[in-house]
Write a protein that binds this ligand. Structure first.
Ligand SMILES: Cc1ncc(COP(=O)(O)O)c(C=O)c1O
Length: 452
């Protein structure tokens, strides 16, 4: 055999070249039904969407969309589009630098003031994304504790959003002064036990407001009472409550919840508000500390000013058109009632479990999960619904715990009663088709399942 191959190239793939394991990883993901694929939209976000690159056949018709977080139907609202265009003409499309250099524009400043007012907090600080806001605030609080020579323990609901969990991971890496632990989902007794055991100087309890994959709500009063008993701070990420819940769209936590009960409030602007970005609201001391310490705030280009201008227009609609929230609730109610009827006797139900759901849903939220169990089943249902013109995401591990793969239906104020009826008919057909399958037939994994 020829021996003129360089020694480096003759080594086994594992030892000679970096990252040869990527192909294996992708294959394993595919085989486990956990491969994620993107859709390419060729239309604005809305109750009906078109996908790019489809032939002029039946598939090319717009799909009825139950996958977006555009709960109030504002992502393509003319008032937001117009406000964004006007601001782009006046201020350009790029902010040009970080907030702390000279990228902080008038529109950002006005937006911060409006968000503070909406949530009843002294101050708000704008971040470019919700993911960055969560990383930023947790890391900044951890840095402050470390600088003061104090230990910090972070307590997470185990179903918190990935950005919150990653924030704690980042904050606790490479130090023993910061520890992070999880309590059972919405389990105040478990939290109480953990807080009682904690010897940390500073304690931070963190929870989603509306849980992003389950649609149930945190018990804000219960969490804040537990925090008060143990001298802990409570941080709530109200990404999916803002704009949707509360009398004025202020979210699950808002003016009615005093600052002392929820000292750290995060909201995102890319969901019900239809634009992009996020904010942290709280005391003057919190906001000034974030400006000094939050690296994802300090070391990044400020959000384009026209996006902030569009968000200001969204806030006006949130204040002026409470009927959007009512319309959304009516659609969610219609779906839940239809589903309850449809799923009776099927062994399936909406939400984590009906009792948990009743207990936790102070209000109907626009996130309604149907837990199906396996990855393959969730993908098969998503694909079958898509064949019937309905777009809904199959959510699988690691986004949700193993064995709880699901369809995550999300609703918009722009959905009509007819849209919901079409969805229920499609679901009924998919359920019937599955029932008609021989028992041994396991659902096939289709690459067309809509996945996050
Ligand atoms: C609860 C929660 N927090 C934070 C985020 C991240 O927000 P953003 O999309 O603005 O990064 C999301 C969703 O994406 C979320 O569901």
């Amino acid at each position: 055999m020829a021996t003129d191959t360089p020694a480096s190239a003759r080594l086994s793939p594992q030892s000679s070249a970096s990252f040869t394991h990527l192909e294996d990883l992708l294959t394993q993901r595919e085989q486990a039904g956990r491969y994620r694929r993107r859709l390419t939209l060729d239309s604005p976000q809305g109750p009906h969407v078109s996908l790019a690159g489809q032939a002029a056949d039946a598939e090319a018709r717009p799909l009825l969309n139950f996958t977006a977080n555009d709960y109030l139907g504002l992502a393509n609202h003319p008032a937001l589009v117009e406000a964004g265009c006007r601001a782009a003409r006046e201020f350009g499309v790029g902010s040009g630098s970080a907030h702390l250099v000279n990228g902080h524009q008038r529109a950002h400043h006005q937006l911060e003031a409006r968000l503070a007012e909406l949530t009843g907090r002294p101050r708000a600080l704008l971040f470019s994304t919700g993911f960055m806001a969560n990383l930023g605030v947790i890391d900044a609080l951890a840095s402050a504790s470390r600088e003061a020579g104090r230990s910090l323990e972070i307590f997470h609901d185990r179903l918190n959003h990935a950005s919150l969990l990653d924030g704690a991971r980042l904050a606790s890496s490479g130090t023993t002064a910061v520890r992070s632990r999880r309590f059972h989902h919405r389990d105040l007794e478990d939290l109480e036990r953990q807080l009682t055991r904690s010897r940390a100087d500073d304690k931070l309890v963190i929870s989603d407001g509306v849980f992003s994959m389950d649609g149930d709500c945190a018990d804000i009063a219960g969490l804040s009472q537990a925090c008060a008993r143990h001298g802990a701070w409570l941080m709530i990420d109200d990404a999916h409550g803002l704009g949707v819940l509360g009398e004025h769209g202020e979210g699950l936590v808002g003016r009615a919840t005093p600052l002392a009960d929820v000292p750290v409030l995060v909201g995102t602007l890319g969901k019900a508000l239809g634009s992009s970005g996020a904010f942290v609201a709280g005391s003057d001391a919190l906001i000034e500390s974030l400006i000094q310490l939050a690296r994802p705030y300090i070391y990044t280009t400020a959000q384009p000013p026209h996006v902030a201008a569009a968000t200001l227009a969204a806030l006006e609609i949130v204040a002026r058109e409470p009927q959007r929230r009512e319309q959304l609730q009516a659609r969610v109610q219609q779906f839940r009632e239809g589903c309850t009827h449809l799923l009776a006797g099927s062994g399936l139900a909406l939400g984590l479990s009906s009792t948990d759901r009743e207990a936790s849903s102070a209000a109907l939220t626009p996130i309604q999960p149907l837990i199906l169990g396996s990855e393959a089943r969730a993908l098969a249902w998503s694909a079958a619904l898509r064949e019937r013109g309905v777009l809904v995401s199959a959510i699988r591990p690691p986004t949700v715990p193993a064995g709880s793969s699901r369809l995550r239906f999300t609703f918009s104020a722009e959905h009509t009663a007819e849209d919901i009826a079409v969805l229920l008919d499609a679901l009924e057909a998919v359920l019937a088709a599955e029932k008609a399958q021989p028992r041994s037939a396991s659902p096939t994994i289709s690459p067309e399942g809509v996945t996050p």
